[in-house]
Design a protein around this ligand. Structure first.
Ligand code: PLP
Length: 427
């Protein structure tokens, strides 16, 4: 079985398992519908009494095989693809929260996630308390309420690069009878497997390292199968009581460890429809095949760039958990001993204006609204991805106004450093 292999092998071999005479490469099932011989069988599929495909808004075989690969890489029991990382985080939370519920979220999550929880989902009646991920357990406990349904955080925060103490957060969430949802986009399962440290659900923006080539926006949700919804049945009635929209099916009874992903597919994908296109899933699968190779190079290059920047006279500060000077060095060694990711953040002695000027002089590193792909790229979050945040929120999120987010690619690192050097010389 492919899921018994090591990570590098799973990247290539998990998912599609062709039998005799079938295509060697994962086929793209470019079809919205699936044909059945009897109307009765189609009815059973709709009632979830029989498994099978009936409409690609809910499920598609190409997508499911790629989700299977991500599931194997994370060591989970069930997974699904979504149209974007935003949709993945939205579904992951909304699958177990409704109006009147509450979420505890790390302050350093990606700006889009912060906005999703504190603005958009708030309008839907789901409240959110934002916490400092480095706060003590005693302090963090105060954020919980009777109606808290989950904790949401990122293994490596974008762009603050804070490393989450996963065990601390898992213990915290579990002591309040709720699951820990971790966005593992930046670390990827090559560098960190949050389930091994107690996380219950993992999400991804596959748009980043998993795709790796800046081709397709996508997301994924993986369930560890470890959270016992029935032990906290009163908190999760959507999973533990009959679903009227499926003729009274109770997800935990019928689907056991697959209950969470089945509900997210059968209800949320059916009603909200944020499915990934099978074409994109195919391209994502090609990206996944080289994920382990690329992560190794991203981390080696980023380490060299971080060390170069740290010694540069014009650089005020550098954040990279691979540096011994980083307050997150020890946590990174514990949770991600092979390396963290290719993303570095730094500030210049000349502040925000020097940052903007330096970025304009870069030739190899491109200014793009993207991060974590094969090509080196750069962004100024305060002016770009996080511009909707107030100065106060920026500080809370660990995004200094002068912060330059530098995403180190897989080019020759000497060329990346030479590009930085010529741009720094011009300011
Ligand atoms: N999670 C993290 C950590 C991200 O960095 C991003 C996007 O940058 C997202 C989620 C949202 O993903 P997407 O852009 O695929 O919707």
């Amino acid at each position: 079985m492919a899921n018994q292999y090591r990570q590098e092998t799973k990247c290539v071999q998990s998912g599609w398992q062709p039998t005799n005479g079938q295509p060697r490469v994962l086929p793209i099932i470019q079809s919205t519908t699936y044909k059945y011989d009897s109307s009765e069988q189609m009815g059973r599929l709709f009632d979830l009494e029989e498994s099978g495909y009936f409409y690609t808004r809910l499920q598609n075989p190409t997508n499911d095989l790629v989700a299977q690969k991500i599931c194997d890489l994370e060591g989970g029991v069930a997974a699904m693809l979504t149209s974007s990382g935003q949709a993945a985080n939205y579904y992951a939370v909304f699958n177990i929260c409704e109006a009147g519920d509450h979420v505890v979220m790390s302050s350093t999550v990606y700006g889009g996630t912060f906005n999703l929880l504190t603005v958009t989902m708030k309008k839907m009646g789901i409240d959110c308390t934002v916490v400092d991920p480095d706060a003590s357990l005693e302090e963090l406990n105060k954020a919980f309420q009777e109606n808290t349904k989950c904790v949401l955080a990122e293994t490596i925060a974008n762009p603050a690069l804070v490393i989450l103490d996963i065990e601390k957060f898992a213990e915290l969430a579990h002591s309040h009878g709720v699951p820990l949802i971790v966005d593992n986009t930046f670390a990827t399962p090559i560098n960190c497997r949050p389930f091994e440290w107690g996380a219950d659900i993992v999400t991804h923006s596959t748009t980043k390292y998993m795709d790796g080539h800046a081709m397709c926006v996508g997301g994924a949700i993986v369930d560890s199968g470890n959270f016992d919804w029935t032990s906290h049945a009163e908190k999760f009635p959507g999973l533990t009581t009959p679903d009227e929209s499926y003729h009274g099916v109770t997800y935990t009874e019928r689907f056991g460890k697959a209950a969470y992903i089945t509900k997210a597919t059968a209800q949320l994908m059916r009603d909200l429809g944020s499915i990934q296109s099978p074409q994109n899933a195919f391209l994502l699968n090609v990206g996944l095949e080289t994920l382990a190779l690329r992560m190794e190079r991203h981390c080696a290059n980023a380490q060299a760039v971080a060390e170069y920047l740290e010694k540069h006279e014009k650089v005020a500060w550098v954040k990279y958990a691979g540096l011994k000077s980083s307050p997150y060095y020890e946590l990174a060694q514990k949770y991600m001993p092979k390396g963290t990711c290719g993303v570095i953040s730094f500030g210049l002695k000349g502040g925000r204006s020097a940052a903007e000027k330096m970025m304009d002089h870069l030739k190899l590193a491109a200014i793009v609204t993207h991060v974590a792909d094969a090509r080196t790229c750069v962004l100024h979050p305060a002016s770009h991805t996080h511009r909707q945040m107030t100065d106060e929120q920026l500080v809370e999120a660990g995004v200094a106004p002068d912060l330059i987010r530098f995403s180190v690619g897989i080019e020759n690192v000497e060329d990346i450093i030479e590009d930085l050097e010529q741009a720094l010389q011009k300011i």
